[in-house]
Each structure stands twice: as structure tokens, then as C-alpha cells.
Design a binder for this molecule. Structure first.
Ligand code: F6P
Length: 550
């Protein structure tokens, strides 16, 4: 197997590989995938798959973008513009974030509607900033609001926004037409590639290239493994990884992603969206659980419904990280666990995980290219913004925290945050359940809050995910609603220091994020899932929540 890309499985994951890969080879799944055969996921998925398989050839078809991006970067630098900010959600921002982090170059990612976070981005080096506004559909409300905020900020600073904002969108989207008419620079993306598979389209390459990442080498690294991934061969890493992810029996439907020196910081967050939004539907799905490191409980003591995926370093020396991972996986094997270790460059892993997710879709019997349940939360948020805001009175107030329980009568007499959390966790299925923490806060300023994930995992001995709202709505949000109905949901919302109007709209950023949180909670509750909403008033409230979760 090529040293550039390696997938080794042990335990239940290895059994899944032995069980499914020969059949996938016999069916010629890999070569048909790379030949863009839209029939691979059944009749119901065929028309969507027909316009969603462009990603298999991007390492070649995206090459013409390289010159265009380099020239634009050069021109901007001559004008003294050397800071890049990116507005975009989910697939329109996660890839550039990981590409830039891996390259060690600076990119400000604004994928939030939390007023304080938006204001902080606007205040950051505006006079030297070029903003990339990325939206495939051209209609995502967060991205549109962020774009409006930057336009207003540039205008207030006496800077012509058309010279500082670059639009990336699909040809013919509302944003495409409106931006061209207004004189903005527009780069069209390949319309035959869905959002979460778009890392190597203009969505991934424009912001990353402008920020200074080596996107030529990135495409080269993809090119180096594309033939391997298209081979109908039992050694094909994508077939192996896809089988390990979705072919265990009984199905281990939680995939713990742990970075053990991959050299690709943030890769797991990108993979999380790819896996969750692609597979989490029709009552099935693989829940990605991104953990901080190998000391997290889901790795040291994985429950029976978990496969651990270790992202290890590219070390050709057998005694290196890959060797260690294989050894760790070996001990999981003897303990009846399920593990897969993956080694590869960023480019190689992007195509690997995309192809493996397509394999997983086939094994799960779902369409990996749609996201049918994302719209329900968007709709609920829209209806709240358009006149029916959430006015539910809190069930209790404790230490600067408003407590609301949705999705059943599970709160009982609990009137403190501590007791409410206890009551929510009491709803957790000890064999199949998971806890999702969803924090609609400033993810830069409150980054440390993510540590509650580990604390809750220790406490519950169940997989726990942590997502920042509204970002996770475009990732695990699909799986929460469309996947197996076994989650319990803890939502944390806050009061910003200062709100910010959205120019030209009747709502503010705080109205927007409030409606998004309330809308998502309502939809989850309508699915019969327990949701604990904790609205914190100021730092004291947040401390009450931290204490209650500890
Ligand atoms: O690029 P767009 O159209 O703004 O969409 C952003 C994200 O929203 C979703 O469409 C739905 O959550 C994702 O699939 C996508 O990555």
C-alpha cells in the first residue's frame, strides 16, 4: 500500500472490512464511483447523485483556479491587503479553515451569528482585509447577514466594498447575479459538487490561496492518490475506511475521531460535517464524535457502539506514529474493540474520507448527497424571525440561568441547573444514547467551554459531542434530526455584550441567533427528543452552567 495513504483496521472494524470490501470490489464500486455512476445509491438517490459527483475529479478540474487566485493575491498585496476573512457556513468554511491551519497561515473564519463574534471580526484589521463571502446556494441567512455587516463596515470606513469582497458561489445563484450586477468580483464554483464535498473547489481554494496556503501542492497530493482510490482492489483505502465506518455488525454508529499527531489541525471538524450531514438521515447514520486527544474516555474506554478512528502522523518509519497507532489498535482488537487508523497528507485524506463516506452511504442504504432535515430548523428559525418569536417562560431561573425543558415531561421538580442537567442525563439510553452540547456563543472568546465535553463523557460514560451554534446546524444538526433518535440535547445560549443590526434587514444578529437556537430546539422536541435549554445571563450564568456540568 502507498505510504502516502494508509488505513488499518482492527477488531469489529477489521471484521467489517473483511465482510464488505470483497463485495464492493466485485461490484466495482470504486471505479464506478470515479466514473460518476449515479446509480450506486439506489433509484431514489439517482437524480441528486447525478449532479453531485464532480468532486471525484477536482484535483484536475480545479487547476485553472490556481493562476487566478495567485494573481488576485498578488494584486491585493500590492494594495496593502494581507488579511483574509471568510464568511460562510459548513461546507463553505470548514475546508479553508483546516487547509489554512495545516499550512500555518492566518485566516479569520466568521461562521457565526453571535453578535460579539461578528463585531470582533469586523474590528480586526479591516483596512487590510479582503473578505471572501462563500455560499453555494447564495441564500444562507448567516452568510448573507455577515456579508451585509462587512459591506456596512467597509462603507463606514470609507472603503469601497466591491474592491474588498470576493464572492464564491454557484453560477446562477441569487448571490451570483446580485453581486455581478453590483460590481463585485465573483468566482463561480463547480455546481456539480455539494457543499460538504467542496473542499477542492473554489470554496476551499479561493480563501486558502488568498491567505497564502500552498494549494498547488494540495491538489498535487490529491492527484497522487486518486488512482489508488478508484481501484477495484481490496487494498483500496476508501473501501476499507467506508466499511470500517458503516459495516460493523451490529452497527457501531458512533465514530470517535481522535487526532494523534496527524499534522492536520481541525481535520476532524471537517470530517465531522462530511460524515454527519451525509449519513445522518432516514433514522440511521454515523455520529462523528470529535475528541481532544487519546486520553478522552471515548478512546480509553470506548462503549460497544463506538469505532475509534485515529488520525495519525505520516511517518514512513514503522516505529513512528503509524506503528504506535497500529499497536494501540491491536490492543483494542484483543479487548473486543473496533478501531481504524488513518495516515495521509491533507489532500489525500480529503479525497479518502469523501470516497469512504460515499461507501458508507451505500452500506447504510441512504443518499449521501442530500440533507433533508437541515431545512426544518431553518424553517422554524425563519418563522420566529418573521413574527412568531419564542416567548416561552422559563421553567425555572437559577444563578443567572433561565432553564427550559422541551420534548417531554422529563424535568420533574428540578429547579436548579444542576438538577435539570441531572434530569436530562437521566433520559440517556445507557447502551445507545449520546449527549449533544450545542453552545450558541462566541466560539473564539468562550473556546474553553468546549472542555465540558470531556467532563460529561466521563460522567455519563457515553459519547458526547460539542458543537458551536449556528455552525453545527450545518453539520451534526442534520444527524440530530434525521439520524437515530437516541440523543439528548443540551443547548446553551447567551446574552451578547452588544447587539448588532443586520443592515437592510428587520432583524439583528441577536434576533437571528436567538431564532436559530429556539427553532432548532423546537424541531428536536417535535422529534420527541429531550432538550434542555439554558440561557445564561452574563459570565456568572456561564459559570453556573460550568459548575453544574462538572
Ligand atoms: O454554501 P451554502 O449554500 O451557504 O450552504 C452552507 C451549508 O449549509 C448546508 O447546505 C446545509 O446545512 C450545508 O450542506 C452547507 O455546507
Amino acid at each position: 500500500m502507498s505510504a502516502a495513504l494508509e488505513v488499518s483496521a482492527t477488531g469489529a472494524a477489521a471484521d467489517a472490512v473483511s465482510r464488505h470490501v470483497p463485495t464492493l470490489v466485485e461490484e466495482r464500486f470504486a471505479s464506478r464511483l470515479f466514473d460518476r455512476d449515479a446509480t450506486l445509491w439506489g433509484e431514489a438517490a439517482e437524480s441528486e447523485a447525478g449532479v453531485r459527483l464532480g468532486w471525484v475529479g477536482l484535483h484536475r478540474s480545479s487547476r485553472p483556479l490556481l493562476g487566478e487566485i495567485a494573481a488576485l493575491r498578488e494584486q491585493l498585496r500590492e494594495e496593502g491587503v494581507d488579511h483574509v476573512a471568510l464568511c460562510g457556513m459548513g461546507g463553505s468554511s470548514l475546508a479553508p479553515e483546516v487547509i489554512c491551519a495545516a499550512a500555518g497561515v492566518d485566516l479569520t473564519v466568521l461562521d457565526s451569528s453571535y453578535p460579539d463574534q461578528v463585531r470582533a471580526a469586523l474590528a480586526d484589521r479591516l483596512e487590510r482585509t479582503v473578505v471572501v463571502v462563500s455560499s453555494k446556494s447564495g441564500s444562507t441567512v448567516e452568510t448573507d447577514s455577515q456579508r451585509r455587516a462587512y459591506v456596512a463596515a467597509f462603507e463606514a470606513a470609507g472603503i469601497d466594498p466591491t474592491r474588498r469582497i470576493v464572492i464564491v458561489t454557484d453560477p446562477g445563484s441569487p448571490l451570483d447575479e446580485q453581486s455581478r450586477n453590483a460590481g463585485y468580483r465573483v468566482v463561480n464554483a463547480d455546481p456539480n459538487v455539494g457543499g460538504r464535498y467542496s473542499a477542492l473547489t473554489a470554496f476551499g481554494l479561493v480563501p486558502s490561496g488568498l491567505a497564502g496556503a500552498d494549494i498547488e501542492t494540495l491538489l498535487f497530493d490529491v492527484d497522487a492518490v486518486a488512482d489508488l482510490l478508484a481501484e477495484d482492489d481490496e487494498a483500496n483505502p476508501a473501501l476499507r475506511l467506508g466499511a470500517a465506518m458503516a459495516g460493523t455488525e451490529p452497527l457501531r454508529d458512533k465514530l470517535v475521531l481522535v487526532d494523534e499527531g496527524s499534522g492536520i489541525p481541525g481535520f476532524a471538524d471537517w470530517a465531522e460535517q462530511l460524515i454527519a450531514e451525509s449519513t445522518g438521515k432516514d433514522g440511521v447514520g454515523i455520529l462523528p464524535v470529535v475528541v481532544a486527544d487519546s486520553s478522552d474516555p471515548e478512546v480509553t474506554l470506548p462503549p460497544n457502539d463506538v469505532t475509534v478512528a485515529r488520525l495519525v502522523g505520516d511517518d514512513s518509519d514503522d516505529s513512528g506514529d503509524a506503528g504506535e497507532a497500529a499497536q494501540a489498535a491491536q490492543s483494542a482488537d484483543s479487548a473486543g474493540g473496533s478501531e481504524v487508523a488513518v495516515v495521509g497528507t491533507l489532500g489525500a485524506q480529503i479525497l479518502l474520507w469523501e470516497a469512504a463516506t460515499a461507501v458508507a452511504g451505500r452500506l447504510l442504504g441512504i443518499n449521501p448527497f442530500d440533507q433533508p432535515d437541515v431545512e426544518s430548523a431553518k424553517k422554524a428559525a425563519r418563522s420566529m424571525l418573521e413574527g412568531s418569536p419564542d416567548t416561552t417562560e422559563p421553567d425555572a431561573v437559577d444563578g443567572g440561568v433561565e432553564i427550559r425543558a422541551l420534548g417531554g415531561d422529563w424535568l420533574g421538580a428540578a429547579s436548579t441547573v444542576r438538577d435539570a442537567v441531572e434530569a436530562l442525563l437521566g433520559e440517556l439510553d445507557p447502551d445507545a444514547g449520546y449527549v449533544a452540547v450545542m453552545a450558541y456563543l462566541d466560539r473564539i472568546a468562550e473556546a474553553g467551554l468546549a472542555d465540558v465535553r470531556r467532563t460529561l463523557a466521563i460522567r455519563t460514560r457515553r459519547p458526547v459531542t460539542f458543537g458551536w451554534g449556528p455552525r453545527f446546524l450545518h453539520s451534526t444538526g442534520q444527524l440530530h434530526k434525521g439520524g437515530p433518535a437516541v440523543g439528548v440535547y443540551l443547548q446553551i445560549t447567551g446574552t451578547p455584550e452588544q447587539d448588532l443590526p443586520v443592515a437592510g434587514r428587520e432583524f439583528s444578529f441577536n434576533d437571528l441567533i436567538t431564532a436559530q437556537a429556539a427553532g432548532d430546539a423546537r424541531v428536536l422536541a417535535d422529534h420527541g427528543r429531550p432538550v434542555l435549554r439554558l440561557h445564561v445571563r452574563g459570565e456568572a450564568g456561564l459559570q453556573t452552567v460550568r459548575d453544574a456540568l462538572a
